[in-house]
Every structure is written in structure tokens, then in C-alpha cells.
Design a protein around this ligand. Structure first.
Ligand SMILES: C[S@@+](CC[C@H](N)C(=O)[O-])C[C@H]1O[C@@H](n2cnc3c(N)ncnc32)[C@H](O)[C@@H]1O
Length: 537
């Protein structure tokens, strides 16, 4: 009776069978997982925790990581977080366990600690609640920092800077503090390894990829903020070193959560335990903040809650989504990339020169657009804004007739010839992007296939090679999809122009056009929203 249910709930076994990765060993490795999962259908269920321990999923009891996990659990429990495996007075047993080591099932790279279901979880369950006073937010960090270093920052200092400085103080300068069980489980810069902490030689493996310019700009930005808040502020540089500064931003970028429903407005926060949850782009589990207590009796204190997005079977890893992020963003801020990422995109620079250049530039200025634009290109779509921009840039005198540029609606096909030119321009822009890489996709594939050699490379080099290979693959797919679209819509060799007709034309298959989705704002916009405006150019 159990078997069909098991097959349905477990996504790991079929994936393993497909990728043939049955030789993967190690704590939390795929072999351990599949073995444990196989066993879970034949054995009578025991106490969740003991069973996970027995199967080695929680790490060896003597490992320092297990001790750190236990210290964290003890600290949270002594601060009234219910983490017990058994039911309490009107409280359900806590459904999670910390795995000391999780592994990406496709690349076999470590994904650090993670959270596992130690019993089945139902969709919508409140998985865990953490009191806000155990989290590091701008407001409690400001209080801590101000009490030790008066007047070095103000209440209006950026929230990232406030928490970053306080993290350095708590971790390195005054480590005997109430947050120490939490600070001990925070990973090192090296084990997270976001690209802004890479050496120039590691970064050189990413030449051609838009990640390099994003990384360089973020590095410069962090250096500038360090100069302002540490050097010019006369903080002790022996204590507030640049390496520690990079570590604290590594921690913040990779695990701070934005809490939107706080009484004092929204804030980023480091939320102990909840921040042990790894990313899956397919998860819709979510974190929220609310006032503690029931509808009748509110305590005035706040807490952070993690809700389950779906049912989880015992021993499955529980995920959350860090947002609709492509691999470039994940590498820059979180130090990992996913082989299967529906949000993966490559920034492609589009610039057109030709007929009526000045009028077009003037028109772009009028509508608040720039002359040179980076667009995010996905494997199966590109932003409609890109097509609108290119329709304008490919306007000819013959399209215009007696009309002016502003008389046309660029969200519609202007003319067959204009559309052909616009799509061909995207193909050219994508080809130009492909030429920026010093190696070909085939050369990268050969490096990855040579497993012995590939395994000897640094984690950064392996990530870089996989990433540039994936970007090239995505760009090539875009070219193939656009060429298909030109054919399907009958645009090949088209020379018909609008001749002043502003209503646009409807082409074959226009209703199911490639590129329907709107593009999202780029990483620049996102960093700007975080109060860290960066100009990647
Ligand atoms: C919020 S923390 C999650 C807990 C973390 N694994 C740990 O050991 O503390 C985010 C970090 O976990 C790792 N991570 C999360 N999801 C991942 C994934 N799907 N693949 C690889 N690494 C992942 C990355 O190092 C990322 O910077």
C-alpha cells in the first residue's frame, strides 16, 4: 500500500535513475538519500529524529557541525521556540530537522546545511515560528552598535550597513553575546563564495559573461561603502577588516529575509533556523511576520513564521524560493547556480544605429528610455520591451510615410519588413554576446565531461565553467527560437513597409508570439531597491 504513495511523494529516485548518478556517496549524498528513502517504505516508522540520525542524514553525533546545530536548538528552545519532536501542551511536534550537509542532486556540489521534514508536513502548515527579538534586524542592530560605538551610524543609515557592522562586532569583536549560538552556524565566506568575493583569477573564468561586470560593480560598491563607514568613520581597521566586511555582506546577501509586515514597516532580518532553508525555484513556501498571541490576546511582540507551500514527506528536504532569480543573480549574491532554472536569463546589449538615428534618440529621451539598453533574454522568451524598442529602432522612412515616430504603437507589429529587421537584430545581438566568450560551448562541455580533471578544479572554477556553458546554451536556443519565429510568421525576405499606416499588421501566429512575458527589472534595479544602487556599466 505504501509503495505507490512513496513513488508519488519522492522526486529524488526518478531523477537519480535518469541521470545515472548512483555512484554518489557522502553524508547527505544521493546514495544516502535514496537508501534512506528506499528503507522508509519497508521499515516501520520510528521516532523521526532517531531514524534520521541512524541513517546518517543529520551527520555524525561527534561532528562539530552537529554540536553547533544542537547549540542553536538549545538556545532557541530556551527562548520559547518549540522544537521538540513530541507534542506539547496544545503544540504539535516540530516537523523539521537540520541536515548538516545537503547536496545538489544534479551537480553533486554541496549546498551546506538544509532543513528536512522529520515527519510529514501538510500544505499551509506553520512549520516554525521565531520571535522577532531573536532575529537581527536594523532596529536591534542599531541599538547594539550605538551602545558600543556611539555616533558612528545614525538611525537612517542603510539597513545592510547597520546589520553588517553589528555582525562583525558580534562575531569577531565581542563573541560572548546572546546571539553566539546563531553566529556559530553562519558559514564562512569561502563556503558560500558569491562571485563578489572571488579572486581575479577565478573571475577570469567568467570572461564574456554579464556576471563579471555585475561582480566588478558590486565589489567597487562594497569597497566604497567600506571606505565611508569604516575608514572615514575612524572604526578600528584591525577589527573591522575588509575581509570581515565581505563576510558580513556574504551573510546578508545570501540569507537575510525581507519582512514586509512588521509593525515598524518593512525590514530585512537574519532569522535563525529559518535561514537554514535552501532554495528551489519551484517552491512557494513563504515567510511572514505577525504579532504574537491569538485573536483575543495579542502580546505586542512579533514573530516570524515559515509556512509550507505543499505537503512534504518524511525525510524530504524542505525548500523556499529566494525569488525568481536567474543563475547570474544566484552566483553574484548566493554563490551557487542551478542546472535547471526556469528563471535563467542572459543580459544582452541591444543598440541600433542607422536611419533617422537622431530622431529616434530624441523620441527615446521623450519617453524616458535610454539609447543603449540591456535586455534579459530567456531560453524561451525575451521581454516585450525589447521588441518594442527594436521596432522603433528599425523604423525606416518607408514605414513612416507622412507620419511621425510618436504616431505609431510599438506594442504592435509595424510592418513585415520592420518586424523581420527587429527580430534579426535580436539574433545579431545574441550572436555578438556569444562572441564575447573566449571558449565555445563544446569546449566547456569537454571540460565538464572529463570528470577526473573537472573534479580537481576549485569550486569557483567548476561553477564558472558550468555557468558560461549554460549561458551559451541559452543564447543558442534563443537564436534557434527566433529563426523559427521568423519562418513561422512568414517574415523571411519580407520587404513590405507600413507607408504611414499606423494601425499595424497582424501576421501569422501573432496571437501566440514568442516573447509574450514582460521582462523583470535587472539586478541593478534590485540592488537599488536594497539601497545599494550600482551602475553596472
Ligand atoms: C539561506 S542559506 C541556506 C542555508 C545554508 N545551506 C547553510 O548552510 O547555512 C543560503 C545559502 O545556502 C546555499 N544554497 C541554498 N540553496 C541552494 C541550492 N539550491 N543549491 C546550492 N546551494 C544552495 C548557498 O550557499 C546559499 O548562499
Amino acid at each position: 500500500q505504501l509503495r505507490p504513495q512513496f513513488r508519488q511523494g519522492c522526486r529524488l529516485i526518478p531523477l537519480l535513475a535518469k541521470s545515472g548518478k548512483d555512484d554518489v556517496t557522502g553524508e547527505g549524498g544521493e546514495k544516502a538519500w535514496s537508501k534512506a528513502l528506499e528503507e522508509s517504505v519497508t521499515q516501520a516508522p520510528g521516532s523521526g529524529e532517531a531514524e534520521l540520525k541512524m541513517k546518517g542524514l543529520l551527520g555524525s553525533p561527534t561532528s562539530p557541525k552537529v554540536t553547533e546545530n544542537q547549540n542553536l536548538i538549545n538556545w532557541l528552545s530556551s527562548n520559547s521556540v518549540y522544537l521538540s519532536d513530541s507534542s506539547g501542551w496544545s503544540v504539535a511536534p516540530h516537523p523539521l530537522a537540520i541536515s548538516t550537509s545537503t547536496i545538489d542532486e544534479v551537480t553533486n556540489e554541496s549546498s551546506g546545511r538544509g532543513l528536512l521534514a522529520r515527519r510529514s508536513i501538510n500544505p499551509g502548515d506553520e512549520i516554525i515560528t521565531i520571535p522577532l527579538n531573536l532575529c537581527l534586524t536594523k532596529s536591534n542592530c542599531y541599538e547594539i552598535f550605538e551602545s558600543v560605538y556611539p555616533s558612528k551610524i545614525t538611525p537612517s543609515t542603510n539597513e545592510y550597513i547597520t546589520i553588517a557592522l553589528t555582525l562583525i562586532h558580534l562575531k569577531y569583536i565581542s563573541p560572548q553575546n546572546e546571539f553566539s549560538p546563531y553566529l556559530s552556524i553562519l558559514p564562512s565566506t569561502d563556503s558560500v563564495s558569491p562571485t563578489f568575493t572571488w579572486s581575479d583569477s577565478d573571475l577570469s573564468q567568467l570572461i564574456g559573461s554579464p556576471v563579471t561586470s555585475a561582480t566588478t560593480s558590486l565589489k567597487l560598491k562594497l569597497q566604497k561603502e567600506y571606505d565611508t563607514f569604516v575608514l572615514n568613520n575612524n572604526l578600528d581597521v584591525e577589527e573591522f577588516t575588509f575581509d570581515r566586511w565581505l563576510w558580513s555582506f556574504t551573510i546578508l546577501f545570501s540569507r537575510a529575509i525581507r519582512l514586509r509586515n512588521l509593525q515598524d514597516g518593512e525590514s530585512i532580518a537574519l532569522v535563525p533556523y529559518v535561514d537554514l532553508i535552501n532554495h528551489s525555484p519551484y517552491s512557494s513556501a513563504f515567510v511572514d511576520a505577525r504579532e504574537k498571541g491569538d485573536w483575543l490576546f495579542k502580546t505586542g511582540e512579533e514573530e516570524v513564521i515559515l509556512y509550507a507551500d505543499r505537503g512534504y514527506r518524511k525525510m524530504e528536504q524542505v525548500y523556499i524560493s529566494y525569488g525568481q532569480k536567474g543563475n547570474a543573480d544566484l552566483m553574484l549574491l548566493y554563490g551557487f547556480a542551478l542546472e535547471r532554472n526556469p528563471y535563467n536569463s542572459v543580459d544582452v546589449e541591444v543598440r541600433v544605429s542607422g536611419e533617422m538615428q537622431e530622431e529616434k534618440e530624441e523620441f527615446l529621451r521623450m519617453v524616458g528610455r535610454e539609447e543603449r539598453v540591456d535586455f534579459q533574454v530567456y531560453a524561451d522568451r525575451y521581454p516585450v520591451e525589447m521588441l518594442e524598442y527594436l521596432r522603433l529602432m528599425c523604423m525606416s522612412e518607408e514605414d513612416l510615410g507622412e507620419k511621425k515616430l510618436e504616431d505609431f504603437d510599438y506594442s504592435r507589429t509595424i510592418s513585415s519588413a520592420n518586424e523581420r529587421e527587429a527580430l534579426t537584430t535580436v539574433i545579431e545581438a545574441v550572436r555578438m554576446q556569444l562572441e564575447k566568450y573566449p571558449t565555445t560551448e563544446e569546449q566547456d562541455v569537454d571540460l565538464i565531461k572529463d570528470k577526473n580533471m573537472f573534479g580537481t578544479l576549485s569550486k569557483q572554477a567548476r561553477m564558472a565553467i558550468r555557468h558560461r556553458r549554460n549561458e551559451k546554451r541559452l543564447l543558442k536556443r534563443t537564436i534557434a527560437a527566433l529563426e523559427k519565429e521568423i519562418k513561422k510568421r512568414g517574415l523571411e525576405g519580407e520587404t513590405r513597409r507600413a507607408g504611414g499606416e499606423t494601425r499595424g499588421v497582424e501576421l501569422k501566429g501573432d496571437e501566440e508570439k514568442f516573447g509574450e512575458k514582460r521582462g523583470r527589472s535587472g539586478i541593478e534595479d534590485r540592488l537599488e531597491k536594497m539601497g545599494l544602487p550600482v551602475d553596472f556599466r
